[in-house]
Design a protein around this ligand. Structure first.
Ligand code: FES
Length: 94
């Protein structure tokens, strides 16, 4: 189980946390990973000035936007699971 925790503190919320959560929800749905990925909101990860902050199994990422979420998902979720990224259905131009 991979746990993706997205900060929903006020600073991250204003900087786009809802859109990042929406993107992760779509990715989890697209790859049908409901049983393997837990997505949850957490409060302040103490990097409020750095943009939307997320924690994936203890690894902190800052300044996350929906496009960066796709890259992080591929690196931290799909690759460890041995899954190949789909092409054409994400916002990264592939
Ligand atoms: S509000 Fe997100 S890190 Fe503080």
């Amino acid at each position: 189980m991979v746990t993706i925790s997205v900060c929903v503190g006020s600073s991250c919320h204003i900087k786009g946390a809802p859109e990042v959560i929406e993107k992760f929800q779509k990715l989890i749905s697209d790859y049908d990973l409901y049983n393997l990925v837990e997505l949850k909101g957490v409060f302040c990860l103490e990097r409020c000035t750095e943009g939307v902050t997320i924690d994936i199994d203890g690894n902190i990422y800052s300044a996350v936007n929906p496009d960066a979420a796709v890259d992080i998902f591929r690196e931290r979720v799909l690759a460890p699971l041995g899954l190949t990224p789909k092409t054409g259905d994400d916002n990264d131009g592939q």
